[in-house]
Design a protein. Sequence first.
Length: 168
Amino acid sequence: MVEIIDSEVESPDRPKKEGQQASSKKWGKAVLGLGFCVIPSLLLRGQARLGISPVQLVILLHIIDHWWYAEQLPFPSKASIASRCNLSPRQVQRYLTELEDRGYIKRVDRFVDHKGQQSNYYDLTGLVAQLKKLEPEFSSVEELRKAVAKRGGLTALQQGKSDQKAAS
């Protein structure tokens, strides 16, 4: 079963959810009318930690763009990914193999009656699991950043740690 990451780290420099109106103000209704996809910020922020190259990330983003429902695996063709990324299908196949070798995706054969094999399904369970594993570290750094940003900041944080040590 495939899951979508549903948690979000609040940040003071981002407004809370204001729905589609805020997105429409940024991008315009006509642009959003052609579709959009949800990408966990942790995928972008943790890219280097995950060892995902820029081209691998772009390919993952194109696969994620086709992942509309948690229970339905995406199945874009290598040819469509290649044309969107200005790559050859063979290059896309190599990057998909690298992503599969790293455990971020799993290709699953897809057959349609009377048509034979079609484009693969892409199971992103491995990527989701790696992001969930990375999340606590990023969350603790975010909490520390918030604590430092508060009035009294680092001094108050250090004082709190000193009080905890004294109590032990």
